[in-house]
Write a protein that binds this ligand. Structure first.
Ligand code: SAM
Ligand code: SF4
Ligand code: SF4
Length: 352
């Protein structure tokens, strides 16, 4: 595993020249991932294994979940601290009723770009409304084109055809090029990698291959199940030659490559083998209003209590800035020594 050092002296000016507080490692807050629900209609074993998230699992009550007005208020305050991108996620964000209303409210906040990550199962019915509401980008998760493999990977036997229809509906609504996320697990869907690459090339989508991560405490993660990004790159490059593309912006998590024949791009998200904590500018808001400063954090900061106790945005802003300044997270760079430590939150709760 690649281990990387990191400097601990925080510079006074953000590396990207933008505004807002810097954390202890000099990183600004630029992205906020908002989980709008902890529920999902899939049971992907790497995220919400059915044995754990079964009939008896207690999800958040509706009064615990942030209202659209409350989420929008956090977004507005975060924008004032330098956040420029909001990604709606979950659980499955399209299960949240009238999600397009939230999109409209957030898209109206000055300086904010919007995106949404979905399993695609409900996209056919939602794509147009999301576009009309002002959503900027859609990312669809799809781990294989092979129906048997896909049905096993979504844990509920959901047919791949319906997700493909969802992706097509999103493209038709004007969301192209669409990003397609593929989590790669050894001996489960590693043989689907080339098919997915070909699918992206043929349809103008950007496929992003993600290393299986040790998020949460229930997905039975083992290092042996991770297919390193370098191996994925080599397999694709052998058939469709690739060349590296410079990052679009500082903090971009995917390493980008383009096909030498002009067939588009892929991304590799090497969170395990080549961690990118030093440029991580992401904060995460759970559906019930806890702010996390790392995907692997063990505790969040309760914003809901403040949201419901005061109308004063200055107080909320001061809290957010305080939490961000205290941030020293770099879990993926320290992973080898921490993997078995402590109780971690689940990805479906904190939002992927
Ligand atoms: N339900 C939506 C979906 O699946 O797109 C949004 C939430 S999901 C938690 C967000 C992203 O996290 C998905 O692309 C999913 O594949 C990814 N993900 C979930 N568990 C993961 C894991 N253990 N390792 C790597 N990626 C994971
Ligand atoms: Fe649901 Fe997305 Fe997690 Fe799969 S990855 S269980 S679709 S939240
Ligand atoms: Fe960011 Fe934490 Fe992931 Fe590192 S481990 S990239 S700090 S979310």
């Amino acid at each position: 595993m690649v281990k990387q050092g990191i400097t601990t002296a925080a510079p006074a000016i953000a590396p990207d020249g933008g505004a807002g507080p810097l954390d202890r490692l000099g990183r600004p807050m630029r992205d906020l991932r908002v989980s709008v629900t902890d529920r999902c209609n899939f049971r992907c074993p790497y995220c919400m294994p059915g044995e754990v998230f079964g009939r008896d699992f207690v999800f958040l009550r509706s009064d615990e979940v942030l209202r659209f007005e409350e989420i929008t208020r956090v977004v507005r305050v975060a924008a004032g601290l330098g956040v420029t991108k909001i990604r709606l996620t979950g659980g499955e964000p399209l299960l949240r009723r009238q999600i397009e209303k939230l999109v409209m409210m957030i898209a109206a906040v000055d300086g904010i770009e919007t995106a949404l990550t979905t399993n695609g199962s409900l996209l056919v019915g939602k794509a147009r409304a999301l576009k009309e509401a002002g959503l900027g980008r859609v990312t669809v998760s799809l781990d294989s084109l092979d129906n048997t493999v896909f049905q096993a990977m979504n844990g509920v036997g959901f047919p791949v055809e319906r997700v493909l229809e969802g992706i097509a509906a999103a493209a038709e609504a004007g969301f192209g090029p669409i990003k397609v996320n593929v989590v790669v697990k050894r001996n489960i869907n590693d043989r689907s990698v080339l098919d997915m690459a070909r699918f992206g090339r043929e349809n103008g989508h950007t496929v992003r291959f993600i290393e299986f991560m040790d998020v949460g405490a229930t997905n039975g993660w083992r290092l042996d199940d991770v297919v390193p990004a370098a191996e994925i790159l080599e397999a694709i490059d052998a058939v469709f030659p690739l060349e590296a593309v410079p990052a679009d912006y500082p903090g971009e998590v995917a390493r980008r490559y383009r096909y030498r024949d002009g067939g588009g791009e892929i991304g590799l998200i090497a969170s395990v083998s080549q961690p990118f904590c030093r440029t991580c500018t992401r904060a995460r808001l759970t559906a019930d209003g806890n702010l996390f400063t790392c995907l692997f954090a063990t505790a969040g900061h309760d914003l809901r209590a403040v949201l419901r106790a005061t109308e004063d945005d200055a107080e909320l802003s001061a809290l957010l800035a305080r939490v961000w300044r205290a941030r020293g997270d770099r879990y993926s760079e320290e992973r080898s020594s921490l993997t078995s430590a402590g109780k971690r939150i689940e990805m479906s709760y904190v939002g992927g």
